[in-house]
Write a protein that binds this ligand. Sequence first.
Ligand code: EPU
Length: 338
Amino acid sequence: MLIETNVNLKAYNTFGLPATARTLIRIYNEADIEALLGHPDYGPAPKLVLGGGSNLVFGGAPQGLVLKVEIMGRRLLAETEEAWIVEAGAGEDWHDLVAWTLDQGWPGLENLALIPGTVGAAPVQNIGAYGVELETRFDSLDGVDLRDGRRFTLDAAACRFGYRDSIFKQELAGSGMITRVRLRLPKQWQPVLDYPDVRRECLKMADASPGPRRIFDVVCALRRAKLPDPRFLGSAGSFFKNPVVSHRQWEAIQAGDPGCICYRLADGRVKVPAGRLIEACGWKGKAMGRAAVHAGQALVIVNQGGATGREVLSLARAIQESVQDRFGIHLEIEPCVR
Ligand code: EPU
């Protein structure tokens, strides 16, 4: 492990928000965690686990220790008749893993290309894009409970995955550190073309039965066109979850906006695109201080340069109030606020 003091965290969160860690500890393997938890100065302190910092908003300075997970390594752990099981260290870059599995001839992650962040962060919010959620490609993970040093292995059911949700945002929030993740990539590969944008782009290329590489390229192009590149414009991706509303609320929205799409859930409720509601309230491209609503995707708040976490959260609150007033819908913040 490597211990550093008074570390500027601006480069460690994709929003580029200012915050200082009094102590930042780089964790390279499981033995580092054991040594850390047994250390009299560090064991009892509160801890913030940091991956790629791509789903995080610093509201102020983080309390206690910041643990930067840098556990690396990726390998084919097992091959069965049905699937390839791939294991990766929590510190690996998610997109690099997606690209590497495709290069190896193990498809299945292509719809999840170009999502910023690390492998260890992917199960925390059950990342999802273009019709695929991580849980459908997930095998199991290893982690450590930072309260008592207990190591654990969880399968998909134990992770309690939901829409941008898991046990790591609930019971294990602030205490469960993911160290390794295993993915199950079925050999019976099927393209996932449910998402209209992906289907349309493939058809434009006269490709009605695209392979995984084509889907990867299409997803990368779609994301590049809509979402800001965190290297140039800070953000944490979608700032709000798409809200789930009753059928009655959905009818009211549709009456005012017949073009609005929706995702119907099995229980009769409806998930509506928050970006559309935010745009309808006139926020697209608008700034408040140095934080702004992205001009290409209203669900994304960006740092126009030098914004603080407070500015970002003030803008978020103003958006929540508008959407509440106009549609009677509460928008829930998606990234972790610390
Ligand atoms: N829309 C608008 N205006 C906007 C943005 C969106 O009208 O400013 C409409 C679009 O026209 C479209 C619908 O809303 O009809 C859906 O938009 P989009 O395809 O961009 O997807 P989203 O629902 O806004 C979700 C995820 C994204 C993911 C995309 C693609 C959440 C919170 N966000 O966004 O995930 O990339 O679908 O699958 O579920 C993230 O989580 O950080 C993220 C980027």
